[in-house]
Ligand binder design. Structure first.
Ligand code: PLP
Length: 364
């Protein structure tokens, strides 16, 4: 069997083989403590989205740090399975699960943990109910509301009421509440962030009001994400926030200065074909689709990535030479992390250990 490279604890970061995915534990813990502090004494708590790091060990750290509902979100049934097997007993799957096989897996999971799933269709809710009865399981239904993304989720509060009434009336399932997710492109100033965030979340809350008007309690309103983490928690009615990126952080959210970049990719220069170009030993196979940014080299930027290489361009003479290492910051950690087997965990520049990315490749 071929032995895969795994650096030993105590190795200095500069001696770690590249490319590698580094996880700075001090930054990670700082991010978790920011949430614990922000949500201290608030009704609303964090339900972190495990898609960001894909590790039940990190999810447990998140929960232990405080300020959370004690559970996580997962994007897929397989991701939820990894979380539950890793000891998380409360998972909201933030996508619609419609095939018989996957609904069956949901039911099996629901016998081990509190499982909730997003829904936006009556047929799907009936299918989940029937499967849950057959398996003797109980599954929570969360109605997804589309506030702006144009993907899954109801567009109209009246359908939300119809679905809540259905979920509340069928055996094997319980109507638990509603959810929404939204993004804001670019780097908004604090005022725009506040106005846009409140606007979207308010739209989600309209469905809560409509459901409650027919006498059905809405226990959970799961809305908000990294860019609204501090806005959502102050809006009456929101009970939890689905923050993902805040754990590892990405350059796309670098305007959120309460959080630090915890995951970085280290690469080595393998070629300097011209005065202003350096080529690094990592490409889209490991970086994902969004262009990363280089750290610590002002005037040097990522021009492009190919399958196995990153092409750095310098405004003046390239300061990097063959053999030098440099750090890249991802613009989308979820897709990037999905391409690695493990994080190399660091404390103060020294390897503390290896943390397997247990839910990598969980696409179904
Ligand atoms: C449904 C849902 N909730 C929460 C999140 C986390 O968002 P963020 O990474 O911006 O915190 C995502 C990310 O794509 C998502 O799809």
């Amino acid at each position: 069997m071929i032995e895969t490279y795994r650096p030993l604890p105590g190795t200095l970061v500069r001696s770690v083989e590249t490319p590698c995915l580094l996880l700075d534990l001090n930054a990670l813990e700082k991010n978790f403590n920011t949430i614990a502090r922000t949500y201290e004494g608030t009704i609303c708590k964090m339900r972190a989205h495990a898609k960001n790091h894909k590790s039940p060990i990190i999810a447990k750290k998140q929960i232990q740090a405080g300020g959370t509902v004690g559970g996580v979100c997962a994007a897929k049934v397989s991701e939820a399975e990894v979380m539950v097997n890793g000891g998380i007993d409360n998972v909201l799957i933030t996508n619609q699960i419609v095939t018989q096989d996957k609904i069956g897996r949901l039911c099996k999971l629901a016998k081990k943990a509190d499982i909730m799933v997003a829904a936006d269709d009556p047929r799907n809710i009936k299918d989940i109910s029937e499967a849950a009865v057959t398996h003797g399981a109980s599954i929570g239904i969360i109605i997804e509301v589309d506030t702006s993304m144009g993907r899954g989720g109801i567009r109209d509060s009246s359908l939300g009421v119809e679905l809540a009434e259905l979920a509340a009336s069928l055996p094997g399932i319980t109507f638990r509440g509603i959810m929404s997710h939204q993004t804001l492109p670019g780097k908004p100033d604090p005022e725009t962030r506040e106005i846009e965030g409140r606007g979207y979340i308010q739209k989600c809350l309209e469905t809560k009001t409509a459901i409650e008007a027919v006498g059905i309690p809405v226990d959970i309103v799961s809305s908000g994400e990294t860019w609204t983490y501090d806005i959502a928690s102050l809006i009456p009615g929101v009970t939890e926030v689905q923050g993902g990126t805040y754990a590892l952080m990405s350059h796309a959210y670098d305007y959120m200065d309460a959080f630090s970049i915890a995951a970085k990719i280290m690469s080595t220069v393998i070629s300097t074909p011209s005065e202003t170009v350096a080529i690094g030993d990592v490409g889209s196979r490991a970086l994902g689709g969004v262009l990363p940014e280089i750290q610590d080299y002002p005037g040097v930027y990522v021009e492009t990535v190919s399958d196995h290489q990153v092409i750095l361009r310098s405004e003046g003479k390239m300061p990097l030479k063959i053999g030098d290492t440099f750090l890249l910051i991802s613009g989308q950690q979820d897709i990037m992390v999905n391409r690695w087997d493990y994080f190399v965990t660091l404390r103060d520049g020294i390897v503390e250990g290896i943390l397997d990315i247990e839910a990598r490749g969980c696409v179904n």
